[in-house]
Design a protein around this ligand. Structure first.
Ligand SMILES: C[S@@+](CC[C@H](N)C(=O)[O-])C[C@H]1O[C@@H](n2cnc3c(N)ncnc32)[C@H](O)[C@@H]1O
Length: 402
């Protein structure tokens, strides 16, 4: 089986975490840009990548690179590719693109030209043309066209990998699943858990919203492959899909996944609808019985006493609203988070994920680390606070289940 370049896309700021994941899986890193990492492998390798990667959006398998000054040249070059070896004549194809060519004003025109070349070629070779349209749930072909250089990929993910399939109730301002996984990876909690050096490193998530951070934390600590939650990927619709390999990879991933936690994951929110949604999402992800949920103000979140030593992570993702009236209220919330960290979270490492650094200043604690991320185009920071033991008041760490 032939190797090719595999371009793995992700959100801005995430490549360092994606790179770590690839290296841990034994893939070489050939290149890294602001929103993708390049590796190489066979089309079969894309099955493992789609199954295991937590921080990636799409796994693109390079079919061919060529020069095309304009749309007619694009059509000619795309027609040269043996699409009948990839797409069935009774199949369905969607073309997506990123186009920056002086002769193309609307990238949809490039998509149509590319799609026409693909379906005309298959009609000529097989006597029937596949259907086409915008749905990304079957074969997806991705065109990257910059100046005269074109790269054509099979998008082996189809729907982006951030759509794990568990978040049926997203609520307002949810964090993307892939971003949540990268944010957790940035704390180092992932490797501490994997090394087994420190059991009982709890993950506490007040203001949990739809539960994304707590659910991703549970999937990570259980070593549960995120792709196990999905039953449809682009590669399944390509001719020659290696179904027995896929079943084998799934079985291996199921065997490698732990059934129980050796730490506590606690998720709370002041709104009952948020906690209900988070519970439902966690249940779909198969981790609902492992996360302790409660409805309460963030400051009343139970923080388990861990005796001496580090207790784990307390991570909050408060709103960072744009409207001025809201900002005044949020200033009080951020100030309160600082008090909560100081008074109740001694022995833990505190994390705040926010897109508003002025609000973050209201926390009133010195951040040990500031890790850049992007959330829906907004530049954000993950701020890390070392919280020393001492002033912490002991509180009852029993979670009242709702
Ligand atoms: C930006 S959202 C969190 C989104 C979450 N990371 C997700 O992926 O869905 C902020 C959450 O904080 C909650 N919240 C606001 N004020 C709170 C308070 N005083 N105590 C607890 N939760 C609060 C809101 O109900 C909302 O669900």
């Amino acid at each position: 089986m032939e190797k090719s370049l595999i371009l793995i896309t992700c959100a801005k700021g995430i490549p360092p975490y994606l790179r770590e994941e690839l290296l841990a899986m034994g893939f070489p890193v050939l290149d890294e840009t602001i929103a993708n990492v390049a590796t190489e492998g066979t089309i079969d390798d894309t099955l493992r990548l789609n199954l295991l990667l937590r921080t990636a959006h799409r796994v693109l398998f390079l079919i061919r690179e060529f020069a095309a000054p304009d749309a007619d040249a694009l059509y000619r070059e795309v027609s040269e590719i043996a699409w009948e070896e990839y797409i069935a004549p009774d199949g369905y194809v969607c073309v997506t693109s990123s186009v920056d060519n002086p002769t193309i004003r609307d990238s949809r025109f490039a998509n149509v030209k590319c799609k026409d070349a693909i379906v005309d070629r298959i009609k000529e070779k097989c006597g029937q043309r596949p259907d086409s349209g915008p749905e990304q749930d079957r074969t997806v072909v991705n065109l990257y066209w910059k100046d005269e250089r074109c790269s054509l990929y099979i998008d082996t993910s189809g729907e982006p990998l951030s759509r794990r399939g568990y978040r049926k109730i997203p609520l307002a301002a949810p964090m993307q699943e892939t971003l949540a996984a990268a944010v957790i990876q940035a704390t180092g909690w992932t490797s501490v858990q994997a090394s087994g050096q420190k059991r009982n490193s709890h993950f506490i998530n007040p203001m949990c919203g739809s539960g994304t951070l707590a659910i991703e934390a549970a999937l990570i600590v259980l070593n549960r492959a995120p792709g196990l939650l999905r039953n449809n990927f682009g590669f399944m619709h390509i001719i020659g899909f290696n179904e027995s390999l896929w079943n084998e990879l799934r079985s291996q991933a199921e065997i490698a996944a732990k059934k129980a936690l050796d730490c506590r994951i606690i998720a709370t929110d002041i709104r009952i609808e948020a906690v209900e949604a988070a519970k439902k999402n966690a249940a779909i992800a198969g981790v609902g019985h492992l996360i302790e949920f409660a409805v309460c103000d963030y400051a009343a979140t139970p923080i388990p006493d861990v005796g001496s030593g580090r207790g784990g992570i307390v991570m909050l993702n408060p709103e960072y609203g744009e409207r001025m009236g809201k900002i005044k209220t949020l200033e009080e919330v951020y100030k309160g988070i600082g008090d909560f960290f100081k008074q109740k979270c001694g022995g833990y490492t505190g994390y705040l994920f926010t897109g508003n650094l002025d609000l973050a200043k209201k926390v009133g604690l010195r951040a040990k680390r500031r890790v850049p991320f992007f959330n829906g185009g907004i530049e954000c920071r993950l701020l890390e606070y070392e919280l020393y033991e001492g002033s912490r008041k002991d509180i009852n760490a029993e979670v009242k289940h709702v």
